[in-house]
Ligand binder design. Structure first.
Ligand SMILES: Cc1cc2nc3c(=O)[nH]c(=O)nc-3n(C[C@H](O)[C@H](O)[C@H](O)COP(=O)(O)OP(=O)(O)OC[C@H]3O[C@@H](n4cnc5c(N)ncnc54)[C@H](O)[C@@H]3O)c2cc1C
Length: 436
């Protein structure tokens, strides 16, 4: 962006949340002028770097703790909200004929034999309590063994909602759709300063200045770095964590036949040993390893590669799926997700209610981001009163302590988690080996 620009609403951040907000603003009122500023290119953040699984997941993976903390009614509402996020994405793909390798395959939540399917069983009981079980089909261990040929998998639950897509293709197409509806998208335009004045909000990008009446900050894991909103509590409301993915060469038809993988649907391990496996449209396996997540040092946020995951991931993949032991992993990357103190995402309006925010999108944030975009557009234009009343919207935020404290605490916590995960690895047969 260059020069001086005046718009009604400015959205900062070209991920799923920002683009969804910009799209829905125009959809609600085509007369409102909207600009989106992205520091790099659309999809540069986690939205263009994820595994593309559309699944219904919310909050922490300790389901008993979730239930104790929030109760049935709130959780029912939260899970419906995420499900609406999937419908939002699917509807946009249909309406605009978006070519993004989308497939409504459903997905598997997979128990791990080494921990006695414990998390999976807790998940099923949890879903029954919040009325989500009608979408689920429990799969016995013998059937899972026949289907996936994995020595580690236990029982599973098949969820018929959701599926998979190529998130970057989706975002690039959504950018064009938004532009066609009149959104001005400015890439390579990092917001370096925000000034709030009585008559407008002023954003500086280095080469230009944008004046707007309303602002949406959709910067997720980068939110603590945004200058000018410190007094609104932006610095400590979330903390970034980098997560890593590997993708294999395409599997041959004989590989796929040997695996017998039903519907080529995504698989998420329901265990502390978080691994997810997503078959891609072109026949590869894209896998994410939670064990390798990393808290960035200080303010450094450049995406990088985990050399540990690059090295160990292929060996783990071969242990999970012995029939794939000759398969090469050909690409590796990382991206930043955002964590909140209570694992519940943030969306709403600041005390200066001209400014909306969304962050704390972590694990499976594509549906959440898409749905948050609808909420934020409504809040900006004073529409959709039911969203404004939701407990998820503009709730009290619990701050992280300063990053000086958070970084070592996070590192301590992740070291403890790794110890737990290694214990599980030792119980697995054949044993799952972590080098360090
Ligand atoms: C490896 C990996 C696998 C994942 N797998 C899945 C999955 O299978 N399914 C799923 O649903 N989710 C998954 N996720 C999570 C999901 O990707 C995120 O929750 C989601 O993309 C968050 O979207 P967002 O738009 O809120 O943030 P982002 O996509 O991070 O967008 C924020 C944008 O803001 C821009 N920005 C930051 N600062 C500024 C500034 N000052 N000025 C202008 N622009 C700025 C950034 O460049 C970035 O593009 C995964 C994430 C990772 C990293």
């Amino acid at each position: 962006m260059e020069g001086v620009l005046d718009v009604d609403v400015c959205v900062v951040g070209g991920g799923v949340t920002g683009l969804s907000t910009a799209y829905h603003l125009k959809n609600l009122d085509r007369h409102v002028s909207v600009a989106l500023l992205e520091s790099e290119v659309v999809g540069f953040g986690a939205s263009g770097r994820n595994a593309g699984q559309l699944i219904v997941a919310f909050g922490e993976s300790d389901f008993k703790a979730q239930m104790k903390r929030h109760g049935t009614a709130k959780l029912r509402e939260a899970y419906t909200y995420i499900q609406e996020g999937i419908s939002t994405i699917e509807a946009l793909i249909d309406e605009h004929d978006i070519d993004c390798d989308h497939e409504q395959t459903g997905y598997f939540e997979m128990g791990l034999r080494a921990d006695g399917n414990r998390t999976l069983d807790e998940y099923l009981a949890f879903c029954r309590k919040i009325g989500q079980d009608s979408f689920l089909e429990p799969i016995p261990e013998a059937e899972v063994a026949r289907s996936f040929q994995s020595p580690y998998f236990g029982r599973a639950v098949f969820d018929r909602r959701g599926g998979q897509f190529n998130p970057l293709k989706y975002l690039r197409a959504l950018k064009l759709v938004a532009q066609r509806s009149g959104v001005q998208v400015h890439e390579n335009s990092p917001v370096v300063c925000i000034e709030r004045e009585a008559s407008c909000i002023r954003l500086h990008t280095g080469s230009g200045t944008l004046r707007c009446q309303k602002l949406v900050v959709a910067t997720n894991a980068y939110s603590h770095l945004l200058p000018g909103l410190e007094d609104l509590g932006m610095r400590r409301s979330q903390s970034p964590v980098f997560v890593y993915a590997n993708v294999t060469e395409p599997l041959s038809e004989s590989h796929w036949r040997a695996l017998n993988w039903p519907r080529r649907a995504g698989v998420n391990l329901m265990s502390k040993l978080f691994y997810s496996f997503a078959p891609t449209r072109d026949g590869r396996l894209l896998y994410v390893g939670g064990y390798y997540a990393r808290v960035p040092h200080g303010n450094e946020m450049s995406p990088d590669i985990s050399s540990d995951f690059l090295r160990e991931g292929p060996r783990h993949l071969a242990s999970f799926f012995p029939t794939l032991s000759d398969l090469r992993t050909v690409q590796s990357w990382g991206g930043p997700i955002s964590t909140t103190r209570d694992f519940i995402p943030h969306v709403g309006l600041f005390a200066d209610d001209r400014i909306g925010y969304a962050n704390g999108c972590w694990g499976h944030g594509m549906p959440l981001g898409a749905r948050n975009g609808r909420t934020l557009a409504g809040l900006m234009l004073n529409r959709q009163a039911t969203d404004a009343e939701s407990w998820l919207v503009t709730r009290n935020k619990i701050d992280w302590p300063s990053r000086m404290i958070v970084s070592p605490v996070f590192r301590g916590l992740s070291a403890a988690m790794r110890r737990d995960i290694r214990k599980i690895g030792r119980k697995m047969r054949p044993r799952l080996v972590f080098e360090k």
